[in-house]
Design a protein around this ligand. Structure first.
Ligand SMILES: Cc1cc2nc3c(=O)[nH]c(=O)nc-3n(C[C@H](O)[C@H](O)[C@H](O)COP(=O)(O)O)c2cc1C
Length: 218
């Protein structure tokens, strides 16, 4: 009888905790699935279908799609650690932050993993347009200009902007291949977003790019 009472008590405690809207499951670092580097549409078809779209369904990206997206964007594609996107003098200064519902993560290309930065949903801050909060994934391209040795901050920003362009185009082409919706964004409140992300002074937000399934997907 006593045991039954204890079981009922534990069950009711368990359901109360999980129904409490204040309860948040702990978010942890995650290793991504190995990227599938064989699939996708032929390049000329992906180029034909590349476009900016501003409508997103809130559906999460499946784990394999998220893995492939980040690898396509700026993953390691050679044994010497070089990437799918070129960078001036192979500086590899572009960091990809990944805003998801449960947390803001940093993409670790070497480990092909996501590291938790803050356990908060900051998707609504990646741009000034309302659709940004609908996309399940918001990519934030941040240049660590401190990685450039010599040269001015202006030079570093020039190369950071060009290098971000390659990453963004990789995302566009992956999205075209995968039937995903995306648009690169320059209209950002960078000061507010940098504060939210707790960035260092030489970490400069260049562009952002929401990604998700289109609203009209059947
Ligand atoms: C550097 C850059 C910044 C952009 N910023 C925004 C933006 O803040 N908001 C937006 O809706 N589109 C933005 N775009 C997307 C352009 O509006 C879009 O690429 C252009 O209209 C051409 O359309 P397409 O990409 O479908 O060819 C930006 C594009 C680039 C290259």
């Amino acid at each position: 009888m006593k045991r039954l009472f204890l079981i009922i008590l534990m069950l009711s405690l368990f359901t109360t905790i999980f129904q409490d809207p204040g309860f948040t499951a702990e978010v942890t670092n995650m290793r991504l699935l190995p990227p599938d580097t064989e699939g996708g549409k032929p390049l000329m078809q992906a180029l034909s279908e590349r476009k900016s779209s501003r409508e997103f369904r809130p559906d999460e990206l499946p784990p394999q799609v998220l893995s492939n997206l980040l690898w396509a964007a700026n993953g390691v594609n050679r044994p010497d650690g070089r990437r799918t996107s070129p960078s001036a003098k192979n500086t590899q200064e572009i960091e990809i932050y990944v805003a998801k519902k449960e947390a803001l993560y940093l993409y670790d290309a070497k480990e092909h993993a996501l590291t938790v930065v803050i356990p908060e949903d900051i998707r609504s801050r990646i741009g000034r347009q309302v659709f940004v909060q609908d996309a399940p994934v918001g990519l934030i391209f941040v240049a660590n200009t401190g990685k450039f040795r010599g040269g001015s901050e202006e030079d570093a920003l020039f190369y950071s902007a060009t290098d971000t362009g390659y990453v963004s185009q990789n995302v566009y082409l992956f999205c075209a291949s995968e039937g995903l919706s995306t648009v690169v964004l320059g209209t950002i409140d960078r000061d507010q977003l940098a504060k939210t992300m707790k960035l260092q002074p030489r970490q400069r937000i260049i562009l952002t790019q929401p990604v998700g399934y289109p609203k009209n997907r059947s």
